[in-house]
Ligand binder design. Structure first.
Ligand code: DHB
Length: 513
C-alpha cells in the first residue's frame, strides 16, 4: 500500500510537471517570425519588421494582455545605420498604453488620436527599436470571475516584458541596456514606477509566478506624462491645492466604462458638474492639513540646496517653488506668443514677462476636477480603489484616512440603520495590504541604487487630475537622489501625453549618447 501511495504521488507530480512544461510559452525571440510592413512619416518611407503578440512570460494569466509588439527597422537586417544607430546600439522605446489603471493592450505602429504619427512610428523613423508591452489592469477577470489584474499586476507585467528584452538581447536588434519607458497618466505612473524599482526583490515572487525571464528589469530612462502616482499622498496634495474651490467639473466615467472606451480619447463623455457637500468640505479641510506634515517629512531641497517646507497653514518655500514652475511655464508661453490672459489676475507682469505668480489665485481659477478625497473615495468607488482590490474583492482603501471614515460610517449604519453615505450604500471597508501599496509608489524606491538615472516628467499646467505637487515631489526626490531630471509644466496643456514627440526624442537622443 505504501508503495502504491508513493507511486501515485510520484506519478501525479510527474504529470503536473509535464503539464506545466507543455503549457509553457517559449520566451525565446524568434527572428524569423515576422511580417514586413511599411509606413510613412512626413513623406519619409519606413520599412520595418513587425513581431506582434509575443507572449513575454512562460505562464501568462491573460495572454491578451501579457504580450508585446516588437517593431524593428528593416535597415538593421541589412547592416545599415539610421543616424547614429545600428543593430547593436539602437535604443529600445518601450511605450505602454495603460490609462485609468485599466488593462492596456500592446500598442501598434500607426496614428495617434490626433491623426499624427504616434510615438511608435516616430521612434522607428528615428532608428529606435520599439517594444510595446501590454499589461493587465484592474478590471480583468478570469473565467471564474476572479480578478486577475489588481495591483501589482500591471507593474509586474511591465517588468516581465523588460526581462524578455534582456533575455533576448543577443538575438534581437537593439540594446536592452538602453530601454526608455513611456506612458501617460496611470501609464505615466507605471513608467515612473518601472524606472524607480529596477531589480527590486519585492516583485520577484510575482514575476516567478507568471514565469518571467530570470534576469534583470532595470531600465535606462523614463518618460512620464502626467503621472497619477504617489496615490497614498495624492488626496492631501489635492486638497492642499484646491481647498476652497467648492465646485467641480469633470468627464463622466463609470465603473462600467470599458478599457477601450476609457482609452479612446476621441469618445466624448458627458460632463458632470456640481458643488461639494458640507461633508466633503469638512474632509477637504482635514486632508489639507495633512499635506505639510508629509511634505516636510521628505526634506526636499531646490537646486540651490534650500530646504523646501510648508507651515501648518500650507505656506512656505515649497509653495513658492510651485509658483516658479508656473511662472516658467507662462513665460515660455509668452515667448511663443501664446495667450495667457485667462490667468492674468494671478500674475504680476513686467515688460511682457511674468515676474511673480500668486499660486492661491492661480489654482482657484475655474472648477476643481475631483471631489475629496480625490483618490481614496470613502465609498471605495474610485478607479484607484479598484486598483487595490484583490482576486476576490473589487476594491479597497489605501489610506488610513479614508478607511477610518468609511469604518465610522459603517459602524454608524449598523448602529442606527441610517446611511451616512451619499450613495445610500454601505460597503464593509477593507484596507489594502501595506506591501502592495508600497509596491505601487515609486517614492519608496528612489534611494535604491538601481533606480533609473534619466527622467523626463511632464504635467500640463492646467491638468487637474492630480495636484501639481505630486509630480513636483517626484521630480525633486529624484534630483535630490542624484538623478538627472527634466521636469516641466507645459502651458495650456491638460491631462494627456505624447504631445511633444520631437522634444521627447531629442531628449532621449541626448541622454543615450
Ligand atoms: C487616469 C486619470 C485619473 O484622473 C486617475 O485618477 C487615474 C488615471 C488616467 O487617465 O490614466
Amino acid at each position: 500500500l505504501k508503495f502504491l501511495i508513493l507511486f501515485s504521488l510520484f506519478s501525479s507530480v510527474l504529470f503536473a510537471a509535464q503539464k506545466t512544461v507543455k503549457n509553457e510559452y517559449d520566451i525565446k525571440f524568434n527572428p524569423n517570425k515576422y511580417v514586413s510592413k511599411e509606413t510613412e512619416i512626413n513623406g519619409q518611407k519606413i520599412k520595418y519588421r513587425a513581431y506582434e503578440n509575443i507572449v513575454y512570460v512562460k505562464n501568462p494569466v491573460d495572454k491578451e494582455y501579457q504580450n508585446m509588439n516588437i517593431y524593428i527597422p528593416e535597415e538593421y537586417f541589412n547592416n545599415l545605420s539610421i543616424g547614429n544607430y545600428n543593430s547593436n546600439n539602437a535604443p529600445i522605446f518601450f511605450p505602454n498604453t495603460v490609462g485609468g489603471y485599466m488593462p492596456g493592450k500592446a500598442d501598434t505602429v500607426g496614428l495617434s488620436r490626433d491623426g499624427k504619427a504616434n510615438s511608435l512610428t516616430y521612434a522607428l523613423s528615428k532608428g529606435y527599436v520599439v517594444a510595446a508591452p501590454g499589461a493587465r489592469g484592474r478590471t480583468l477577470t478570469d473565467n471564474k470571475g476572479n480578478y486577475t489584474g489588481k495591483a501589482p499586476a500591471a507593474i509586474v507585467d511591465l517588468k516581465a516584458a523588460v526581462r524578455y528584452l534582456y533575455l533576448n538581447d543577443e538575438i534581437m536588434p537593439g540594446d536592452a541596456n538602453k530601454i526608455i519607458s513611456n506612458g501617460t497618466s496611470a501609464g505615466g505612473a507605471l513608467s515612473a514606477l518601472l524606472g524607480a524599482t529596477g531589480n527590486s526583490e519585492d516583485y520577484l515572487p510575482y514575476l516567478k509566478e507568471i514565469g518571467a525571464a530570470d534576469t534583470r528589469d532595470d531600465i535606462f530612462a523614463v518618460s512620464a506624462y502626467c503621472p497619477i502616482t504617489n496615490l497614498e499622498n495624492a488626496d492631501s496634495a489635492y486638497e492642499w491645492m484646491y481647498n476652497g474651490v467648492n465646485s467641480y467639473s469633470r468627464m463622466e466615467f463609470t465603473r462600467n466604462t470599458t478599457a477601450e472606451e476609457y482609452n479612446d480619447r476621441t469618445l466624448t463623455h458627458s460632463t458632470v458638474q456640481g458643488n461639494l457637500t458640507e461633508d466633503e468640505i469638512k474632509i477637504s479641510n482635514r486632508l489639507k492639513t495633512l499635506f505639510p506634515v508629509y511634505l516636510n517629512s521628505l526634506k526636499l531641497t531646490d537646486d540651490g540646496g534650500n530646504l523646501l517646507t510648508l507651515d501648518k497653514n500650507g505656506n512656505g518655500t515649497f509653495k513658492t517653488y510651485l509658483a516658479i514652475i508656473i511662472r516658467n511655464s507662462a513665460n515660455k508661453a509668452l515667448r511663443e506668443g501664446k495667450d495667457i490672459s485667462q490667468f492674468k489676475k494671478a500674475f504680476t507682469i513686467e515688460n511682457n514677462k511674468v515676474v511673480a505668480v500668486n499660486l492661491d489665485i492661480y489654482t482657484h481659477i475655474g472648477d476643481r476636477m475631483k471631489s475629496p478625497p480625490a483618490f481614496d473615495s470613502i465609498d471605495s468607488s474610485s478607479g484607484e480603489n479598484s486598483l487595490f482590490g484583490d482576486e476576490k474583492s473589487n476594491s479597497k482603501h489605501f489610506t488610513k484616512f479614508s478607511f477610518d471614515i468609511a469604518n465610522k460610517d459603517a459602524i454608524e449604519y449598523f448602529r442606527t440603520g441610517k446611511f451616512n453615505d451619499k450613495n445610500n450604500k454601505i460597503v464593509v471597508p477593507k484596507l489594502a495590504d501595506k506591501n502592495i501599496i508600497k509596491m505601487m509608489n515609486p517614492m519608496n524606491y528612489i534611494d535604491n541604487n538601481t533606480s533609473t538615472k534619466y527622467w523626463r516628467i511632464r504635467h500640463g499646467a492646467i491638468d487637474k487630475d492630480t495636484s501639481l505637487a505630486i509630480p513636483t515631489i517626484l521630480a525633486l526626490k529624484l534630483k535630490n537622489s542624484g538623478k538627472i531630471v527634466d521636469f516641466f509644466a507645459p502651458w495650456g496643456q491638460g491631462h494627456g501625453g505624447d504631445y511633444d514627440l520631437e522634444e521627447l526624442f531629442n531628449w532621449i537622443d541626448n541622454v543615450v549618447k
